[in-house]
Each structure stands twice: as structure tokens, then as C-alpha cells.
Design a protein around this ligand. Structure first.
Ligand SMILES: [Zn+2]
Length: 370
């Protein structure tokens, strides 16, 4: 059996100080660590080139510095534990040769969150196997679909009833003049297939009604995105979140925030993060005494301003969270974000102070749905 071949991780920068300290800079997490090292360890790092096998390294260290094989092995183990080096992945059953090439940069990035290169490929595979449904395919929903398709998601369901209009040109990344008047889901599906024609796309040309039965649809997917702002985002999110919590399906509420042009939206992991009802309870309390005044503009949601850079921010923020979750890159129990908002004028990003409500009727300890 071949012994492993090691390489220094792509996102690790190494510096030597005073000839006795190894400073390690992890680019993806911005962490720094320093280790006291001797001359032969320094040399070992120089000969770990992604081509020599462990046996060859041990032999070279023995010859040059008279280092016992088990000592070389112990240092290799330390370097691996500290995510400085990784055994190269030779298992070609995880991803096809084409996908290894296609997602090469992304796999390298994912691998940096783990000890072994192989885990980066497994993360990519998890992402590719995920089945995602996107309710609402306007600017934010469409951008999310495109970004996930680019990241490699191979099963996408699009749910929307709207048609492409000329005024979508400045906000929808999938906009094409020739698609004006066509259903948005068709224009979006066409764009997704231009990125990767292997993607299985299901299109559902429907609007969300109080009696729409979407439970089966949700059960058939691993992850749900909602950006449906008609009749309004609060209603569609509440309906979707209740079903998702019941089936323990993670979901993301993004877009539809007309008054908050660059909202980060929120990741909802049942029983871990606040759910839609927890958010509703928070706003009910915070805005107690505020009475909405009738706005004179009819169908105002069609008039409110928008800017593609802002919707792309919301979509990209959502995709970072969604990819982290689906690929299992970080422990979401500790690192999820509640809803935030980027202010256009100052670029200040602030988060609201909403917490999971233990008495929430949906996800709380005595919640109706368990
Ligand atoms: Zn809740």
C-alpha cells in the first residue's frame, strides 16, 4: 500500500522568525499561530512538496539529520493536527475528474476548514447532492439560485408566478431583453442551464395562497429559501417556517425586505436559531404601540426603489450562510447570524438583538410543533 503524500495547505502562509520560530498564518480564518522548531523540522517543511511519500520523507530525514522514522512521523502528525499540512486526496470515487477540476478552487477553500484535503471534496459532494427549493425568483431569489448553481448545487426547484418586466433589467442578474413577458422561472432556469446544463431544475409556476399545500414540496427538499414577497414576506415566511420547523428542515428568509435594501436575511435552523415566529414576537414587542398608516400608493411593492448591488449583497450573504451549512464547514450552532442590515451610505452592518424565544409557540420548549 502506498504511504500518504503530504502537501502544505494552500491557504497557509509560513514565516520563520529568528531561525527558531515558525509563524503560521491561516488565510481563510485570519488566525496566527507560532511554534518553536528546530533545524531538522525546518528542513522537513522544505521537502514536503506534495510529491514525496511519507516513506521517502522519513528516509531523507534519516539520511540527512539521522532522525528516527518515528520522530519524523510524530512531527508530521503534529503538522497535520495543526492544519499546516494535509495528505493529498487520492480517492477519485468522491468526485468525477471533471468536477474536481471544475470546483478545484472551491474545494481547496473548503478543505481549509478541515484537516484533510479529502474532507474538502466531501464538503463539495454534500453541496452537490443537496436539494434546494427557492420560493420567489425575483432579484434576491434569482441571484441566490445563480450563486448556488455556480457553487455546484445540482438539484434546484424554482417557485414563482411572476413574469419578467423591462424594469427588472437593473436588478435581476438573469435578465435578458428577449425574456420580457416570459415567466421569471423560465428565464432563470435558462440562465442556470447556461452555467451548468447537468443541473436538475424543477419549475413551479404558481403563487402562494393561504390554501396552497406546500408541505410535500418542503419534505422533498433538504433546504428551503424564501424570498416571496407576495402577498407579503411576513406571511409567506410564517407559513414556510412552520412547516420547516415541523420537519426539522433548515431554511433561509432572504429578500422581500423592500424597506431594508441590503438585509442579510436570516438562517433558520429549527431549535438552534430563532424561527420566523421568534422574529415576529420580537418585532411585536419592539414595535408595540406603532400603528401602520395607510399608504396612498397602490401596489407600492412594485414602486419601491432597488439596486442590484444591494440585492446581490443580500443574496451573497445568504449564500455564504447556506453553503457553510450545507457543506458542513463550520459549527452553525455557534456561528449563525441573526438578521442584519448594511447601510448604503455608511456601509455599517448592524444586527438586531433577537434571540430564540423559549416560549415560542412554534419552536419553543412548549411549542405546538415538535
Ligand atoms: Zn421560534
Amino acid at each position: 500500500m502506498n504511504t500518504p503524500i503530504y502537501k502544505i495547505k494552500d491557504s497557509v502562509d509560513l514565516f520563520v522568525s529568528d531561525n527558531k520560530y515558525l509563524m503560521v498564518y491561516y488565510m481563510n480564518t485570519r488566525r496566527r499561530k507560532s511554534f518553536k522548531i528546530n533545524e531538522w523540522t525546518m528542513h522537513l517543511l522544505e521537502i514536503i512538496d506534495g510529491e514525496k511519500t511519507l516513506d521517502e520523507l522519513k528516509k531523507m530525514m534519516q539520511e540527512k539529520f539521522n532522525v528516527a522514522a518515528e520522530n519524523t512521523e510524530a512531527v508530521i502528525e503534529q503538522l497535520e493536527t495543526n492544519k499546516i499540512i494535509t495528505p493529498r486526496c487520492i480517492d477519485d470515487s468522491i468526485l468525477s475528474e471533471y468536477d474536481r477540476k471544475r470546483y478545484d478552487r472551491q474545494i481547496n477553500y473548503f478543505a481549509e476548514f478541515f484537516s484533510r484535503e479529502e474532507e474538502g471534496m466531501l464538503a463539495q459532494k454534500k453541496l452537490m447532492d443537496s436539494k434546494i427549493i427557492i420560493f420567489g425568483c425575483g432579484a434576491v431569489g434569482g441571484d441566490i439560485a445563480i450563486e448556488l448553481a455556480m457553487a455546484g448545487v445540482q438539484h434546484i426547484t424554482l417557485f414563482d408566478f411572476d413574469k419578467v418586466e423591462v424594469s427588472d433589467a437593473s436588478r435581476h442578474m438573469y435578465f435578458k431583453d428577449e425574456m420580457v413577458g416570459y415567466p421569471k422561472i423560465e428565464a432563470l432556469a435558462q440562465q442556470i442551464h447556461e452555467i451548468d446544463n447537468r443541473i436538475a431544475i424543477r419549475i413551479i409556476h404558481k403563487s402562494m395562497k393561504p390554501d396552497s399545500n406546500i408541505e410535500r414540496l418542503i419534505i422533498e427538499h433538504d433546504f428551503v429559501v424564501n424570498t416571496l414577497d407576495e402577498p407579503y414576506i411576513g406571511y409567506t415566511s410564517s407559513k414556510i417556517s412552520r412547516i420547516c420547523v415541523k420537519h426539522n428542515t433548515a431554511h433561509y428568509i432572504a429578500g422581500g425586505f423592500d424597506a431594508h435594501l441590503a438585509s442579510t436575511g436570516e438562517m433558520i435552523i429549527p431549535y438552534v436559531t430563532p424561527c420566523v415566529e421568534c422574529y415576529a414576537g420580537y418585532f411585536k414587542k419592539t414595535l408595540a404601540g406603532w400603528k401602520p398608516k395607510k399608504h396612498p400608493v397602490v401596489k407600492r411593492y412594485r414602486e419601491i426603489g432597488g439596486l442590484s448591488s444591494m440585492t446581490l449583497f443580500s443574496a451573497s450573504f445568504a449564500c455564504i450562510e447556506i453553503i457553510k451549512y450545507l457543506a458542513g464547514l463550520v459549527n452553525m450552532n455557534e456561528s449563525f447570524k441573526v438578521r442584519g442590515e448594511l447601510l448604503f451610505s455608511t456601509l455599517k452592518l448592524t444586527y438586531i438583538n433577537v434571540k430564540k424565544n423559549p416560549d415560542c409557540p412554534i419552536c419553543g420548549e412548549r411549542g405546538a410543533i415538535k
